[in-house]
Design a protein around this ligand. Sequence first.
Ligand SMILES: Nc1ncnc2c1ncn2[C@@H]1O[C@H](COP(=O)(O)OP(=O)(O)O)[C@@H](O)[C@H]1O
Ligand SMILES: [Mg+2]
Length: 577
Amino acid sequence: MEDIKTLLHLVRPYWQRVALAGIFSLIISGINASMAWLVKPALDNVLLEKRTGLILLLPVGVLLIFICRGIFTFLHEYLMRSASQKMVMSLRNRLYGHIMHMPVSYFGKNSSGSLISKVINDIGAVEAVVSLTLKDLLIEGATIIGLASVAFWRSWDLALISLLVLPGAFYAASKLGERLKKISRRAQKKISVITEILHESFTGVKIIKAFSMEPREQERFEDNNRDFYRENMRSVRVSEFVSLLMEVAAGLGIAFVIWYGSRRILEGTLTIGDFFSFLTAVILLYTPARRLAKVNAGIQKAIAPLQRISEVLSIQTEADGNVELGGFKNEILFRDISFTYPSSRNKALDNINLRIKKGELIAIVGKSGGGKTTLVNMLPRFFTPDEGNIYIDGADISTLTFKSLRGLLGIVSQDVILFNTTILENIKYGKPGASRDDVIRAAKAAYADDFISEFPDGYDAIIGERGLRLSGGQRQRLSIARALLKNPPIFILDEATSSLDTASEMIIQNALEKLMENRTTIVIAHRLSTVRKADRIIVMDKGRIIETGSHNELLGREGIYQKLYELQFRGQEGRSV
Ligand SMILES: Nc1ncnc2c1ncn2[C@@H]1O[C@H](COP(=O)(O)OP(=O)(O)O)[C@@H](O)[C@H]1O
Ligand SMILES: [Mg+2]
């Protein structure tokens, strides 16, 4: 009952359709009942009394009845399916929107494959079941009531006898339903694993090929696919067993009814018309009863994916603030920031205090794993500090709307994400209203115009998934052009050039310097000469700021920076000169 309520709740917005479908299902059940009802007058009044004049009426009447039933079944089906499809569509939209508003940490905890599986497979499973189940519930429920009334009217004692087998059958069906719920949950997990494998192997296809791991991936896929098959077959066995039970129960009931009914006819206490009318009702009852017994199984199957979906929907999304910040005027302040990743034991940031004035160029350096990326990820609130607050112009960033906060920031990082569309669309991703001229201007400033113009389609060239056709340096320049076009007051460069060769790096260096003009910039760098030009250099290690100062100050201090410099920057300079 609870479960039926859950399903009904989902289709509530489409109640007009469902209500109309309900009315049609009443009509259909009326037609079914009237067929059983008319057996008596047909037998007793037409055939047994040999009224030849009425004999043509029978086939014509039957034909009309079937046509009517067909039409109403069509209408009913159409309305129910459209209600359930609409429900599924809006549930899918809601789920996607909800997932997209999850904090970044959620995407760290859940693989893309399992998220895709939720939106595609779980919702698909709900869709299949809801449309069939709700339809059966309405139409078969009403039909059973109609036919049972006829059966009782014709011969109440026979009707009672044939009903005796039902409770047992329904009890068994409900027990099996519980098993189905478990099976369906396991099957849903399996299909999620399969989606994960698909996602991983298609995105990682190069690695797989490079290590010749296709056979292993194939095996992994087949193993999981086989498990999925097994779960499905388990589910088929259980739900077909329900049908088997109903079959046996119906056979028992009808056999007993025929034996008892024939005796009553021979005794003369029951007319042939009454008996066959009754029998028709009971036999017609049999199909809907079997379907209804399976409704529970269907609902149990939908419950598992529904629970997975509602689990996701119940997770809190990123809490948006409500303060609109007009622009960036004064300073960014990190105050006593500490942060530990949920999956980790060590603090990634340990009591960070940092003040960045408007227009400053701040460089963050330090060993890898020191917390540099984590620190800058706090600014767009990709992660929320466990302790401390961050202020922009005195406003706590957790009170700002994401739109106004993230609108202030331009982020260029090492891994460039390009979408599967034209270069033009990719560059104006953050500013859809930008004109073609704006895009070209940004591309020129990012030193990207040259190589773009060499493509036959120029700015309209489609770049494949993840921009496979571009080199690392070209991709990087596109991402710089994208950031330039957005033109935010604060720039964050997270090792933007560390994956590039020296020649590309020098070109990009120029692009970056253009980007930094008249802006507040935080640059995380391995080997950039930018570091030397920085107003201030922050050295991080183990989540803490261990040194700050200008290049010359830090060199004079003979601390970690000086060592890093000896190790990396001088070697780098030696190479690039
Ligand atoms: N998503 C994450 N989940 C758990 N730990 C992380 C995550 N990202 C980074 N870390 C850990 O946090 C520490 C700081 O990482 P990071 O800020 O990326 O360092 P850096 O950018 O200085 O190389 C490292 O120990 C790293 O292993
Ligand atoms: Mg990093």
